[in-house]
Design a protein around this ligand. Structure first.
Ligand SMILES: [Fe+2]
Ligand SMILES: [Fe+2]
Length: 178
């Protein structure tokens, strides 16, 4: 797992430990054998860990850009945790499909909204409140969103990353005129 998630060695030890613990708990409770086989979404081939690496990369770039604008300050350590952890509950919201190599939504995904399970686990693991709040409400269809700078950065990094992959894999992006 450490080799799949890029850049963990450059993080403070406590952040890397929290990220690895959370990913490991979700993976060991999932129906997947290999993290590299879990897609970012059923029907896409791009993996969840590669998507996470994309969002970390883009989020840091947006964060650097936001420092040049008159944006409320954000904590880089908090932002990094949010970027690495935002989608971990997909490991339980998805499951292997009936055909080899396919993935489908799990029954759990119809019982609890994306982000909430991750927030619950991060609370148990002692993550700070701003990480929990942003991860739990980051989904585009969440009933409300956290209004912190970290939440805004995650949103645009996440959308930029997923739309690039959707276009690359021949799907319609979330960004549409109509
Ligand atoms: Fe998400
Ligand atoms: Fe995401």
């Amino acid at each position: 797992m450490r080799s799949l998630l890029k850049g963990l060695d450059a993080l403070p030890g406590s952040s890397a430990d929290l990220i690895l613990a959370a990913w490991s708990i979700f993976l060991s409770n999932s129906l997947f054998d290999d993290l590299a086989d879990v897609p970012v979404s059923p029907g896409l081939s791009h993996s969840l860990v590669d998507h996470t690496n994309d969002v970390v990369h883009l989020g840091r770039l947006i964060g650097a850009g936001y420092r040049d604008l008159d944006m409320p300050a954000f904590e880089p350590e908090v932002l990094d945790l949010i970027l690495y952890l935002h989608d971990i509950d997909k490991l339980l919201l998805f499951q292997p499909g009936p055909a080899l190599g396919t993935t489908e939504r799990s029954p759990l995904s119809r019982k609890i909204p994306h982000g909430v399970l991750a927030g619950l686990l991060l609370n148990e693991l002692g993550a700070c409140e701003s990480v929990i709040n942003v991860v739990a409400t980051h989904s585009t269809d969440a009933p409300f969103h956290n209004e912190s700078t970290e939440a805004l950065i995650l949103h645009y990094a996440d959308m930029a990353a997923i739309d690039a992959i959707k276009l690359r894999e021949g799907q319609r992006p979330f960004f549409q005129i109509n």
